[in-house]
Design a protein around this ligand. Structure first.
Ligand SMILES: Cc1cc2nc3c(=O)[nH]c(=O)nc-3n(C[C@H](O)[C@H](O)[C@H](O)COP(=O)(O)OP(=O)(O)OC[C@H]3O[C@@H](n4cnc5c(N)ncnc54)[C@H](O)[C@@H]3O)c2cc1C
Length: 295
């Protein structure tokens, strides 16, 4: 294996981190938990000379929830901390579940949710729940801060719109209404700890009569980027979730997918699993939403 040479910078403020990224912009990466980045550097598939660690930048580990403002997950928040957070468990169960079941305990204790999104793997487990919750990214650069809808972030496998001199400071997730439910379903063809071969997340909000007011469905590992299934969402809105409708909405999720054959699963198997997991995710979200309305 070739020797890997790079310098790790340890800024102690966001401003310093942004200065370092700007200075070394042609050959630099942000380092969070390193669970994606370090194996790539070791394997020699990534050639960068500078890593800017966020470990000593204060305030980035923040996970906070306000009813008015929703959830904020800082760039340093670990997967395991997000999985255990009481507000995430109560209001964002699909995300809590994704963070609790993905990877291994060691990886969950090191890896961050922001790193999972910024790595831009089509199979990223937190991607589908956060798309279903209509999350946004807070992106900073020297002298500026912008907010970007997560659904506009990825452009292809391993690709996104972030510039090398920008940092994702946090993820913002809107507060759910009272009669809402959500669910993340994932399956691996080989073993439970393997990367997901299919991931489906649903978020439903109901009106007072139990009709679906808002539906959000998101898919992972079945297209070049995680994506929303908008045709299926439109089919569900304004309706009661009769069995036939669920079947048709799940079929619309299959139509939205563009799976490939790879070492993890065949495209045909993935399509079948999208159908099954979408039905389950919608049913479970509806059950939770009804329960929320009865509390
Ligand atoms: C054994 C193993 C099992 C795994 N299993 C799974 C799994 O089941 N499901 C799954 O989804 N993933 C899995 N992963 C992948 C990985 O653990 C996750 O994607 C993790 O969340 C990455 O977070 P990190 O903090 O380690 O990111 P890092 O490795 O530090 O960074 C990943 C990428 O994001 C960029 N980045 C990180 N933070 C920022 C920021 N704030 N601003 C801008 N760019 C940033 C980095 O520059 C890098 O390009 C697994 C990894 C391993 C090693």
């Amino acid at each position: 294996m070739p020797a890997v040479r790079f310098e790790v910078h340890q800024p102690t403020s966001l401003e310093q981190a942004l200065d370092l990224l700007s200075t070394h912009r042609s050959s630099v990466r942000v380092l969070a938990g390193g669970t994606d980045l370090v194996p790539k550097l070791r394997a020699g598939v990534l050639d960068v000379q500078h890593l800017v660690s966020l470990a000593r930048v204060p305030g980035l580990n923040r996970i906070s929830f306000e009813e008015d403002d929703g959830l904020v997950i800082g760039a340093g928040a670990r997967l395991s901390d997000v999985a255990r957070h009481p507000a995430v468990q109560e209001y964002y169960p699909a995300l809590a579940h994704a963070c609790a079941v993905m990877a291994t305990p060691q990886v969950r204790n090191m890896g961050t949710v922001v790193g999972n999104l910024a790595n831009a793997a089509p199979s990223a487990d937190t991607a589908a729940p956060l798309l279903a919750y209509d999350a946004s990214l807070v992106i900073v650069e020297r002298g500026g801060r912008r907010q970007l809808k997560l659904r506009e972030f990825w452009t292809g496998p391993g690709l996104h719109v972030l510039e090398p001199w920008e940092i994702i400071e946090a993820i913002r997730v809107p507060s759910p209404p009272r009669r809402a439910g959500s669910c993340y379903q994932r399956i691996s063809a080989r073993s439970k700890t393997d990367i997901a071969a299919v991931g489906v997340a649903a978020f439903l909000a109901l009106d007072l009569e139990g009709k679906i007011l808002k539906a959000r469905l998101a898919l992972a590992a079945v297209a070049p980027t995680p994506l929303r299934a908008e045709e299926a969402e439109a089919m569900l809105e304004g309706q009661l979730p009769e069995e036939d409708l669920l079947l048709r909405a799940a079929a619309a999720c299959v139509r939205a997918s563009r799976p490939i054959d790879d070492l993890r699963a065949s495209a045909a198997w993935r399509r079948k699993m999208v159908q099954v997991l979408a039905q389950r995710a919608i049913q479970e979200s509806y059950r939770q939403a009804k329960q929320g309305g009865e509390r």
